[in-house]
Design a protein. Structure first.
Length: 265
């Protein structure tokens, strides 16, 4: 009888070990899957997000910061991009191959914005010169349309969005502008900055160094929040990024005092 109990106990212990090993295997696979699906932002948190994935042997499309979840570098700077399209003015982007990342894929409600709502019939369209009013929808984006944190109260929704086709912007001439080309709309007020962006001075570009090479151009709304460019009380047009930790010192070096400059320099 004692022998049978011992055999039964050994079987239970053995099966428990198998179950434990199986659980650890499942957890490790799950952790790997979650790590593979890590999402980080490229320029502005909540705007241009990218999912980390393998694009080659021991090579990711992006490397994400463990501190801020921001992109540290791109394994493929052109992943998910498309041609910039026709631009009305010759500038730095015409000298090489210019690509951008579509913004519409980042906007959850965009596919139905011009179909279920704002389709020209529902809700009833308003005149382009209609006076500003409080909003009953989209208060998650614009808490108070009468106190829009853009233009210091000088503009409101229909100065940027077309009055009838809300999933399009509108320029000063009344031409519709695609959501993937916000620079054409932003430039109607920010001409000086738009000129600097066209010449490659303002904004961010990644890709090939050669002036005739292929580059990805970051457009306005990837870095700036159009509904809160003043950043609340900061009154600044660019959200501050959390800094990365300082790099590790070389082996045998206790401090970086040698990098400090004296008052006479």
């Amino acid at each position: 009888m004692q022998t049978n109990k011992q055999v039964l106990t050994n079987m239970i212990v053995k099966e428990s070990k198998i179950v434990a090993i199986f659980c650890l295997l499942i957890l490790s696979l799950s952790s790997a899957a979650f790590a593979e699906d890590k999402v980080c932002f490229e320029a502005r948190e909540g705007a241009s997000s990218v999912t980390q994935k393998d694009i080659g042997e021991e090579l990711k499309n992006v490397r994400c910061s463990d501190t801020t979840d921001g992109v540290l570098w791109w394994g493929d700077p052109f992943d998910g991009t498309q041609p910039m399209g026709d631009m009305p003015i010759e500038a730095d982007y015409t000298h090489g191959e210019a690509v951008v990342k579509p913004r519409t894929t980042q906007l959850g409600l965009y596919p139905v914005c011009g179909l279920a709502c704002h389709n020209g019939k529902f809700p009833p369209p308003v005149a382009a010169d209609a006076p500003p009013r409080k909003l009953t929808m989209h208060t998650d984006l614009v808490p108070d349309a009468l106190n829009l944190q853009h233009g210091k109260g000088g503009i409101w929704c229909l100065d940027c969005h077309d009055a009838k086709t809300r999933n399009k912007f509108v320029d000063n001439a009344g031409n519709l502008v695609d959501f993937n080309e916000p620079q054409k709309m932003c430039g109607k007020c920010h001409g000086q900055v738009y000129r600097a962006w066209r010449d490659g001075i303002h904004g961010k570009r990644i890709g090939e160094w050669a002036s005739t090479g292929k580059k990805r151009w970051f457009v306005c709304t990837e870095c700036h929040n159009p509904h809160d460019v003043q950043q609340g009380e900061r009154k600044s047009g660019f959200a501050q990024l959390v800094p990365e930790p300082a790099p590790l010192l070389p082996k045998g070096m206790d401090n970086a005092d040698h990098e400090r400059h004296g008052s006479g320099h």
